[in-house]
Design a protein around this ligand. Sequence first.
Ligand code: TPP
Ligand code: MG
Length: 560
Amino acid sequence: MTTTKHEIVKTLIDCGATHAFTLPGLGITWMLDDFYEQRNKLKMVLSRSELHASIMAQAYGKVLGRPAVLMGMGPFTTTTGAFGVLEAYFAGTPLVVMTDTSCYDGFAMMGVYQTMTGDYGAADARTVLKTMTKFCAYATEIDEAIYGLQMAFKHATLPRYGPAALILKSTIIRREFSPNPRVTLHPSAGHLKYTPARPDALAVKELADMIKKADRPLMIVGQGAQNERAREFLQKVVESAGIAVATSYNGKGVLNEESFSSVGMLGTWGCKAANSALRNADLIIAVGASLGPDYMRFCDKEFLNPLRQTLVQIDVDPRNSGWVYPVKHAITGDAADVLEMLNNLDLGISKKELRYHWIAKNNGKNNYGIIPKYQSPEGLIHNTDIVRALDKHLTSEHLLTLDAGTNRIWVTGTMKIRTPGQLLAPGGIGGMGWSIPAAIGAKIAKPEKRVISLTGDGGAGMSVTALSTAIAENAKITVVVANNAGLGMVRDNMKGEHYGVNYPPTNFALMAKAMGCNSLEVNRPQDMLEALKEAERLDGPCLIDVAIDPAASHHPASDY
Ligand SMILES: Cc1ncc(C[n+]2csc(CCOP(=O)(O)OP(=O)(O)O)c2C)c(N)n1
Ligand SMILES: [Mg+2]
């Protein structure tokens, strides 16, 4: 005789899970013994908040393209933990959520506190999770728990990736598992089998012919191409034919931004060069990019205009082609597959010089990749001083996680990412507090990388305690806090009094120290680069608290 919880842990391993990020309680606590037994195959990572656990799990999935498990009690996983689930939902990250109804044997209908069964007097975990997952199962039988988990892994890893959830009725978790359940359960592998549909060769040939004819072709590349294979073929295709590459926020850094093809990130918080190139392109090809109005200047007709320009969309989900704009041509397929097929076709190589001339002129005119220099008052530095230091410091060994706020705008607007895939951004819901836990999740996913997190003081206030997990897991990361004592981005956008946006001075270096983490403080521009180097020389994670001039307002790349 075995138990449901024992079989659950076995199934997680069968489905390929290597990490479960958690803050346990109630039904999840009952499983900890079984996790302990299997700790060499499936690592449990303890967080200080479901907020952090959910982000770490999401960042892990973003980096590796396979899901980690977010695990916790129903009332908290569906609320505090919803952050990472939502980010995964919007940004298309594989993630498996396993939670419970947090109810007590036989008392679920009697208004017991914490209960998430959906009964009278309880809240409903299923209703909450259904709004932010691709798949959401509720297991009230022991065999459903196993089958539901297999299905959650299946759905999370089918295109378009996303979060899938299994809610366990708490009462089944400890139950004995019959060796002969009524429903026959099968090994997980057979449920997870999948061969992706190949893109239509004629449709790809038609696109190649369109590119061949174009003088100023431009690709808008998004999250759908943020994997190793797609990045590799993207570079080959665009550099052999002189195609310009602009990106969404999630797509930033998909191509070395120093490539002759690169014009940077689109949108208000992107680069003028990208915005200008898009406006002047004659053929626009969206590659794994939904063309969300957030980076398409809210469909401004002077920006992309489908009547004036030819638009083609390549998307793994046909519903996304023609979603925001009408398209001339649409290809259903994985970005990597389409780019691989394009790589073998003539895309107008004879026009390469002409196209590169157009891109170079555009980039020169729009100061592409020039990090401006600003003077700050004594004892304070400007956001661009951090960006300049990062620009000098980052190597191909690094990953960089961003947060929300002014601090990130300076990176997306002025810094060129030279290593494809290096930048990890919260381009789904764009929430503050993402960067630090994401850096930890990324480091756990890729221990060989040097990981730096850039965050504002607002974001750090939400997530600095995640450093405790970095210490416990020996995840050596560097956290840079751009500390401008307030919600800079919101403050910068205000016309009137700075009301409701300033925080009292907070020393994050001391907070890090209190958790046993290294810390440094920087308040002179010339010390920033050395601090980044010093942080990496130290044993264990390090937080650098940087005194940023609160007057260092962001500037939009609005004029194109
Ligand atoms: C969780 C969350 N709440 C609110 C917002 C809206 N928002 C975007 S940027 C920002 C200010 C961020 O302040 P801080 O982290 O200090 O960064 P700064 O802009 O000062 O560099 C706010 C409130 C958000 N993105 N995420
Ligand atoms: Mg701030």
